[in-house]
Design a protein around this ligand. Sequence first.
Ligand code: HEM
Ligand SMILES: *[C@@H]1O[C@H](CO)[C@@H](O)[C@H](O)[C@H]1NC(C)=O
Length: 329
Amino acid sequence: MSPKKVVVAINLVLVLFCYSVHQLEAQLQVGFYKNSCSSAEFIVKEEVRKGFMKDKGVAAGLLRMHFHDCFVRGCDGSVLIDSTNTNKAEKDSPANNPSLRGFEIIDNAKARLEDDCKGVVSCADIVAFAARDSVEITGGLGYDVPAGRRDGSISLASEASTNLPAPTFNVNQLTQFFANKGFTQEEMVTLSGGHTIGRSHCTSFSNRLYSFNGTSSQDPSLDPPYTTQLKQQCPKGSTDTSLVVPMNPASPSITDAGYYIDILANRGLFTSDQTLITNTATANQVNQFARNPTLWRSKFAATMVKMGQLGVLTGQAGEIRTNCRVINN
Ligand code: HEM
Ligand SMILES: *[C@@H]1O[C@H](CO)[C@@H](O)[C@H](O)[C@H]1NC(C)=O
């Protein structure tokens, strides 16, 4: 090959390489709305703060909403879409209904953003900002949110059921589910710390109190006094589907390492929480985070940023929904 041809070949390889790296990266940017809608992040933060003042639980709701959005079809705002006569949407899958909350905060932020900068800020980005603001307002470490996500137009209840982990999962099942989305086992343990805030419906764990398995009606791995207390809060055979208990009762509205301390005390609320001490690697990590909350806080923030890149739509893909609950015509 002549030197000229070599140069051309090298350039071609470089261009292809850069192009593929570009494709692999999510192409989100911190400060994405700096020029197009400079108040975007401020408005979302203000609406989260307003909602939180009325009900501290919305912070937990919004954190979980981002997780449930990202794990199903990527972070594309699909969790916000309402069901129609012909489509049962993600939000109406048993994984989300009746437990997922905070939708009205997203609606409020979106309404203000449409007034200020019509058609610019995606619903998926609003959810990502709101999750960060929720971590921050509950005392967790704030972080910059790369933005520029666009909104998807498909939302299927069936996909929520198959992509979201169940509270009955053991550590191997959890590891597999998170691996499917590109996360290491360590990142799975880090993200599970989200359960340091919020609440759960009794129905999500009552099997551990009343119908555990053939040998034992209650889960022997759950601290007995805590089991007794939970049975009082969640009476057997109760048909009240609105009964809830806090997940980290010592500080259910504070993003601290309390979740890991609970697990060490056999007070993890779900099987999927308590199972983290049944494996040497994950148990070591639970111990480490319980002893070093600062380490968990920073790892949690970093892993949230990673989660926020899952399967995002960017550039010309997707749309900017006008109303987060309905796809544009
Ligand atoms: C590891 C696998 C996970 C499982 C099996 C799981 C399962 C659950 C379940 C069953 C609930 C209770 C829903 C209810 O009945 O009200 C819940 C609540 C919650 N989850 Fe998870 N989750 C997991 C991971 C995560 C992750 C990664 C995050 C965020 C980073 C998260 C954040 C939350 C929050 C904040 C709540 C409380 C919601 C509220 O108070 O409204 N979870 N989770
Ligand atoms: C029930 O669970 C306990 C504790 O995990 C276990 O030792 C026992 O073998 C289980 N029984 C059945 C029938 O699966």
